[in-house]
Design a binder for this molecule. Structure first.
Ligand SMILES: Nc1ncnc2c1ncn2[C@@H]1O[C@H](COP(=O)(O)OP(=O)(O)OP(=O)(O)O)[C@@H](O)[C@H]1O
Ligand SMILES: [Mg+2]
Length: 244
């Protein structure tokens, strides 16, 4: 579904990756783990078209999207749910969701837009009933877990084929993290392709099918999520933590 081949990018003239390759199939999930500054967010920004591809190529559903910018990447179904959730706290929950429908507005004639947005809202509200209950309240009044659901819901409003999530469990209590992941399981079963970044590997590895562990822009482990997770546990047992 989404494939990177020999990808390189960075900031200014300073590279973060020189040669990154992986593929994530339709309806499957890849975890990206690694310590602070490893390049996890950079990799998502690259896939979302917010950083340019210096070398290599990116394909989505067999099409070369290497040259497309951020807005066009959303158009081909690659949607980023950024770190820190970025909820507009003074807007209502429903207004926050409507902001996610920008591409619907651009791709349809006016008459179809309202219906498409209403269908999107209905889909999000049936997945997250609490957002329907709080739809006229402000985004800022939601709890951390509810804000994460709102951020995911807003991304879903763009009708993604590939959802990129940056640290969705950051700052959430373990029970709420499980709830967020239960929703991600549901989305994966519905055929969505998911790439999820987490600094702590534990929860995401049981969700993901494949995994990539980064350190300083280099891939230190890559493959089946279960095997990668076992390698990390083993490494931790030997060095006493900090393996990701
Ligand atoms: N806007 C920027 N300008 C210049 N360098 C940056 C910028 N953002 C990140 N970097 C550098 O790129 C490298 C990778 O950073 P990145 O944010 O991708 O790491 P990360 O794995 O997401 O870390 P964290 O766990 O802290 O979110 C780091 O060396 C970082 O200092
Ligand atoms: Mg990051």
């Amino acid at each position: 579904m989404i494939e990177l081949r020999g990808a390189a990018t960075g900031y200014g003239a300073i590279p973060v990756f020189e040669n990154m390759s992986f593929a994530v199939g339709k309806g499957s999930a890849m975890a990206i783990a690694g310590p602070n500054g490893a390049g996890k967010t950079t990799l998502l920004l690259l896939m979302a078209g917010m950083l340019p591809l210096w070398r290599g190529a990116m394909h989505v559903a067999g099409n070369d999207v290497s040259a497309l910018g951020a807005e066009e990447r959303i158009g081909v179904g690659v949607v980023l749910c950024p770190e820190g959730r970025r909820i507009f706290s003074t807007l209502t929950v429903e207004e926050n969701l409507q902001l996610g429908a920008t591409t619907i507005r651009r791709s349809l004639h006016r008459s179809g837009v309202r219906r498409a947005i209403n269908d999107g809202l209905e889909q999000v509200y049936s997945m997250f009933p609490i957002l329907r209950e709080r739809r006229h309240g402000s985004g800022g009044a939601l709890s951390g877990g509810q804000q994460q659901m709102l951020a995911i819901g807003r991304a879903l409003m763009s009708r993604p084929a590939v959802l990129l999530l940056d640290e969705p469990s950051l700052g959430l209590a373990p029970l709420i993290v499980d709830e967020v992941y239960a929703h991600l399981e549901e989305l994966k079963r519905s055929g969505l392709t998911i790439v999820v970044v987490e600094e702590a590997a534990s929860r995401v590895m049981s969700f993901a099918d494949t995994a990539l562990v980064l350190r300083n822009g280099r891939v230190i482990l890559q493959g089946d999520a279960k095997e990668v997770s076992e390698h990390l546990d083993l490494a931790k047992a030997y060095v006493g933590g900090g393996a990701g």
